[in-house]
Design a protein around this ligand. Structure first.
Ligand code: ATP
Length: 270
């Protein structure tokens, strides 16, 4: 069935070398998600249950989706992404059935990675007052927990969930045998920003004076997604002026534009 809010990709094209920074996170994801898919016999031999699911948490745009896609790529797995908040909004009364459907599809298409984005939308701590909407969210969560409990982690399906709000998650989700590893995906530091800028400028026609070092220094607070936006924006300035190279001035204008917008949004929220 065609389900919006779900995206299926056979072996995504993203590889680990397209991820800047996050070496430690890549290592952990390899060990917890990749290894059980690639070498289930290692776990059998030693006699332990492989981890079933990992939870990635951190600010938006830091590479959580990229990480999940890279694992799928590396394991030749089908990548199945669902956005929990969209499920709740679009399929009132059907959330639980859809969760079941997603797990069935994952088994059919195995090996596969189920990526559940914005999991907090269905897995926030139980609220005291319960409207019918809350009860629907509850039912979806219960089904998700049932699926997590029911499935054999050696069954060629890995689960990766992501959230910006780990603080509001229902502790039931975090019990052993469900999501048993938490991996923080933070904003990039200067070194990571340099790596990310290198990745996103690697195919660009850069003027000689473009100084990636300097750019990585002045973009404190930018996420990977912001850095990508800065590169695209700089390219747009060059195109608009019909130049065939992107200059440092283009990048500086792009930094102002992208970082400036963020500051304004923060200001509005206060
Ligand atoms: P959200 O929480 O908003 O879903 P996310 O953490 O899943 O965000 P991604 O979707 O992985 O973020 O990142 C968005 C885009 O930003 C990526 O497609 C990529 O182009 C760029 N990006 C983010 N982080 C990195 C990174 N560490 N290295 C390279 N590119 C990055």
């Amino acid at each position: 069935p065609v389900v919006t809010g779900m995206e299926v990709e056979e072996k995504p094209e993203v590889s680990y070398d397209q991820i800047g920074g996050l070496e430690e996170q890549v290592r952990e994801v390899k060990e917890t998600v990749e290894l059980p898919l690639k070498k289930p016999e290692l776990f059998e031999k030693i006699g332990i249950e492989p981890p079933k699911g990992v939870l990635l948490y951190g600010p938006p745009g830091t590479g959580k989706t990229l990480l999940a896609k890279a694992v799928a790529h590396e394991t030749n797995a089908t990548f199945i992404k669902i956005v929990a908040s969209e499920f709740v909004r679009k399929y009132i009364g059907e959330g639980a059935r859809l969760v079941r459907g997603v797990f069935e599809l994952a088994k059919e298409k195995a090996p596969s990675i189920i990526f559940i984005d914005e999991i907090d939308a269905v897995a926030a701590k139980r609220l005291k007052s319960s409207t019918s909407g809350d009860r629907e969210v509850q039912r979806t969560l219960m089904q998700l927990l049932a699926e997590l409990d029911g499935f054999e982690s050696r069954g060629n399906v890995g689960i990766v969930a992501a959230t910006n709000r780990p603080d509001i998650l229902d502790p039931a989700l975090l019990r052993p045998g469900r999501f048993d590893r938490f991996i923080e995906v933070p904003l990039p530091n200067e070194d990571a920003r340099r790596e990310i800028l290198k990745i996103h400028t690697s195919g660009m026609a850069l003027a000689e004076e473009v100084d990636i070092e300097l750019l990585s220094r002045i973009t404190d607070g930018a996420s990977g997604a912001d850095l990508k936006a800065i590169c695209t924006e700089a390219g747009m300035f060059a195109i608009r002026e019909e130049r065939d190279e992107v200059t440092m001035a283009d990048f500086m204008d792009a930094v102002d534009k992208i970082m400036g917008v963020e500051k304004e949004e923060e200001y509005k929220q206060e």
